[in-house]
Structure formats: structure tokens, C-alpha cells
Design a protein around this ligand. Structure first.
Ligand SMILES: [Zn+2]
Length: 244
């Protein structure tokens, strides 16, 4: 059974529940209905980080909501970083809503160690597998990150960019593994440390490093991508452990 078939199964069962109008938007609005639907799927363990959401048209039917209200609800969830929308691919649940087990005492150093083991290889793989659409998405996230004037905005585009590189591997298992690791970024300790050490200069430096990563992906250069990612993550790690 493929991953998508698996997900269709999940939404098939959700549709059954919708038959009993569990998620009807008539009572609560599309935003609340959509949240309830996602949270129930997550709580039941049937809907995890990286899972693909139904299409906008399907959600209109499932939630008995208007198209503009579904669109607005999705935009809101995207702004909150709970879902990510990828042109030509669909909408995906990000790690934030996932209960996937991350040791709650993971320190920034532990997280960076895991990222350094994992993400350079992801970048190397993505250099060979990224589609034109992936590269467009990465460029958009990179540019948005570059335009970010504050910590929250930059951090949000940074998380999207790193995840999109994992998505560009086209490997659902790697994407799932990435999401488990990436969920650690939702730990309060990570956000606090990042915020304490974030400066406009540092963000400019990270943006430059992101440009190097993207360039290597565009050049189909696995070694270059791996190297650029390693350099970037070392900088992030140094900043997190060094200056407060
Ligand atoms: Zn980054």
C-alpha cells in the first residue's frame, strides 16, 4: 500500500465522520472545523507530519463550507506554520501539529548534532532529485526569508526552506524522518535560544548561506549542496552555543 493510498484511507474514514457532521462549518466556521478535523486525525494517530491534506475542493465538501472561507482557513493555518502549501504538489501538514515523539529534553546542541548528521545528506540527495517545481518553491522561500525583517518571519521561512529541501528528495520516508527531527524546532528551548541569538547580521549571513545551498541544488551539484548545508548548520550551531 503506497503512502498516498494510506492517506486516502485516512480521509475516507474522516469523510464517514463528516457524514455525522462532526466537522460541519455551519456551527463553528471553516477555520474551527478544519482545525478540529486535523486535530482529531492527529490525536487518532492516523494523520501525521508530512501528510497531504485533501484539495481545496474536497475540503469545501467535507466541511460544508464556502470556497473563500476554506481558502481563508488554509491561509491562516499556513501563516501559523501548521501547514505548508507547495505549488503543483498540494498542501501538507507540518511538524507543529504532530505529536511525533521528540524527546522533550532535546537541547539545541542535540538537535544541531542530529541536523548535521541528516541535512547535508538530504541536500546532497536533493541536488539530484529536485524537480523544477521544487527549485521554484525553494527560490520563493529563499527570497521571502531574505525579505524578512524580524526573527519570527525569518525563522518561519527558514523552516519552510529546510523542509522543502527534504521534500525535494521525493522520498516519503526521508521526509517523515526529517519531520520527526524538525519537530524539535517547536520545543520552547529551541525558539528561546534562537531568539536570544538572532541578529539582523546573523540573518543576513544565513540568507547568504541559503543562497549557496540553492545554487548548488540548481547546479545539480551533490557535493556542493552537502558542503553548503554543512557550513550553514555549523554556523547555526556556533551561534546557538556561542553568543547570547
Ligand atoms: Zn537555514
Amino acid at each position: 500500500m503506497g503512502f498516498n493510498t494510506f492517506l486516502l484511507g485516512i480521509f475516507g474514514s474522516l469523510l464517514v465522520q463528516i457524514g455525522s457532521s462532526c466537522y460541519s462549518s455551519l456551527m463553528t466556521g471553516a477555520d474551527q472545523a478544519l482545525r478540529a478535523m486535523l486535530q482529531d486525525g492527529i490525536a487518532a494517530g492516523t494523520f501525521r507530519a508530512g501528510a497531504k491534506l485533501p484539495t481545496e475542493r474536497e475540503l469545501v465538501e467535507m466541511l460544508a463550507a464556502s470556497r473563500p472561507s476554506v481558502r481563508k482557513a488554509l491561509s491562516q493555518l499556513e501563516r501559523e506554520g501548521l501547514i505548508t502549501r507547495q505549488v503543483g504538489r498540494g498542501t501538507f501538514l507540518t511538524s507543529t501539529m504532530s505529536p511525533d515523539a521528540v524527546p522533550v529534553d532535546s537541547s539545541p546542541a542535540t538537535i544541531m548534532q542530529a541536523r548535521l548528521v541528516f541535512e547535508p545528506s538530504i541536500a546532497s540527495t536533493a541536488a539530484l532529485t529536485a524537480t523544477a517545481v521544487d527549485l521554484e518553491t525553494l527560490e520563493r522561500y529563499l527570497n521571502e526569508g531574505g525579505k524578512s525583517a524580524d526573527f519570527e518571519s525569518f525563522e518561519s521561512w527558514d523552516a519552510k526552506l529546510h523542509r522543502a529541501i527534504a521534500v525535494a528528495t521525493q522520498n516519503d520516508l526521508l521526509i517523515r524522518m526529517f519531520d520527526v527531527m524538525n519537530a524539535a524546532r517547536d520545543l520552547p528551548v529551541w525558539g528561546l535560544r534562537k531568539r536570544q541569538t538572532s541578529t539582523p547580521e546573523r540573518r543576513r549571513q544565513y540568507h547568504h548561506e541559503h543562497e549557496q545551498i540553492l545554487k548548488a541544488l540548481q547546479d545539480r551539484d551533490p557535493e556542493g549542496a552537502e558542503h553548503a548545508m554543512r557550513v550553514h548548520l555549523r554556523q547555526v550551531g556556533d551561534a546557538l552555543s556561542g553568543g547570547a
